[in-house]
Design a protein around this ligand. Structure first.
Ligand code: GLN
Length: 490
């Protein structure tokens, strides 16, 4: 039954519906695949007993005839989502063996609709990173390998565990989060689909906070349709998150396969950056041609403040992180190192509990918020953020969506950039603008580079217009006909 792991989520739901197999069977197949893939380090916690229990309950519901949208489908959960009674670590030592007494709204929505939890997925510490190397659990290894060597590659970050698990068929789909690209860049690095919905579409309640004005949950899966099915369950208004939008959640899957004829797609000229590998440029041109063939009108647009996005992001995100992470003080959560007095205990606990990248963010964030520097850095960054959002507003007067590359490179080797934070931050150049403006963004696998590694294209939409992204993403997916899979070596 191990081929059950190769199904798309949609095909699996159809198979469950017509009783070709049971949830216990497809869940068991995934549990075995997860156990056989430990060398990827995608899961930081496997919950097979819970999974089987949930699968049995789903099969019982199936017999009684009352099933939800995701009934019986085994999923992986990024370990940034609090899961009731199941250790949740955010990839950090400072949280220790924290077992939440509550369930995040997004995961609660998935369980409400009948999904099965296989376990918790690795991530960069507090979702800070672009390579999964800042995780206290060690890096995730990308199931993809270059055809010119066996070096271990990053699956991207921060949702590296989600991306690797989806690509290696260790779940039918996964939850992820995106503060500055953490769904889209790993999707691009692993040949998977990921969408960061509009800020406020999914509740942030119960998700460990990184930068609250940017954080947003979203799904990763192997097809555009699968992400649409997942997002329909994950999204929805939640009074427990004051930034959650009180809007209806459409059936996103209904947009996949819809004609994109007549849609206007913008190509922002500022995204043609220096030193972009020619293959990525060529893929972008190919993507434009595909959408043109599908009947879209292509329009060149300008987003003039793009070059300030990365510096603004790396002020706003650390500023919010320094504030959010103040709560980890050795008093309330797991790790505590006893000092000679209260301040000493705070300092020792935080020094021992946070990794280097998180400490760097806390220092940058505290600095840009401090008296005397606030106006020069934080306030300035907020003004840039406004300008970036205005650029998008103006572009969306002329076009319905934008097409760009997702990332300026394919997956790189583990260790390649870990000593150079600025080089690492530069990987987020095409993704952070979308978070700063609160817009939906999707990455769709579009091709392979000369080394046989996947590359993604990004679609950016108007606020709350994920539907158009699902239609365009479906069109791109169909045209690209991306069927490659990583060769199984693990
Ligand atoms: N790579 C970015 C960062 O390190 C984005 C991370 C994210 O989206 N969670 O901040």
């Amino acid at each position: 039954m191990s081929d059950l792991t190769t199904l798309t989520l949609k095909a699996a739901l159809d198979g469950l519906a017509d009783k070709s197999f049971s949830s216990v069977e497809i869940t068991q197949a995934h549990i075995e695949a997860v156990e056989a893939a430990r060398s990827l380090n995608a899961y930081v916690l496997e919950t097979p007993d819970r999974a089987i229990e949930m699968a049995k309950a789903s099969d019982a519901r199936r017999t009684s005839g009352t099933v939800g949208r995701l009934d019986g489908a085994p999923l992986g959960i990024k370990d940034l989502f609090c899961t009731k009674g199941v250790r949740s670590t955010a990839g950090s030592k400072i949280i220790g063996e924290f077992i939440p007494a509550y369930e995040s709204t997004v995961t609660a929505n998935l369980w409400r609709d009948g999904a099965v939890m296989l376990g918790k997925l690795n991530l960069d510490e507090f979702a800070m990173g672009s390579s999964n190397e800042t995780s206290a659990w060690g890096p995730v290894v990308n199931p993809w390998r270059s055809n010119s060597g066996n070096a271990k590659l990053t699956p991207g970050g921060s949702s590296g565990g989600s991306a690797a698990a989806v690509a290696a068929e260790l779940c039918l789909g996964a939850t992820a989060t995106d503060t500055g690209g953490s769904i889209r860049q790993p999707a691009s690095f692993t040949g998977t689909v990921g969408i960061k919905p509009t800020y406020g579409r999914c509740s942030r309640w119960g998700i460990v906070a990184f930068a609250s004005s940017l954080d947003q949950a979203g799904p990763m899966a192997r097809t555009v349709e699968d992400t649409a099915i997942l997002l329909t369950s994950m999204a929805g208004h939640d009074p427990k998150d004051s930034t959650s939008l009180a809007v209806e959640t459409p059936d996103f899957a209904a947009f996949v396969g819809k004609s994109v004829k007549g849609l206007r797609v913008g190509v922002p000229k500022e995204y043609r950056v220096d030193n972009m590998p020619p293959e990525i440029d060529a893929l972008w041109t190919q993507g434009i041609a595909w959408l043109k063939d599908a009947g879209c009108e292509i329009v060149e647009v300008s987003l003039p403040h793009t070059k300030y996005a990365l510096p603004a992001y790396y002020i706003v995100a650390p500023a919010e992180a320094s504030s959010n992470l103040a709560r980890y003080d050795g008093m309330r959560y797991g790790l505590r190192v006893e000092g000679s007095n209260l301040t000493d205990t705070y300092e020792k606990s935080r020094a021992a509990g946070f990794g280097a990248e998180v400490r760097r963010r806390i220092m940058i964030g505290t600095y840009v918020l401090s008296a005397g520097y606030y106006d020069a850095y934080y306030l300035k960054a907020l003004k840039v953020r406004r300008r970036i959002a205005d650029d998008f507003d103006q572009a969306f007067e002329k076009v319905d969506a934008l097409l760009t590359p997702t990332a300026p490179s394919a997956a790189f080797s583990l260790g390649d950039k870990s000593d150079d934070p600025v080089a690492m931050y530069l990987n987020d150049i095409f993704t952070v603008t979308v978070n700063l403006a609160g817009l939906p963004g999707m990455s769709v696998p579009a091709g392979l580079d000369a080394n046989g590694l996947p590359l993604g294209l990004q679609l950016i939409g108007r606020a709350l217009d994920e539907g158009t992204l699902f239609s365009l993403g479906g069109a791109l997916e169909k045209a690209a006909n991306f069927r490659s899979k990583p060769q199984k070596w693990w």
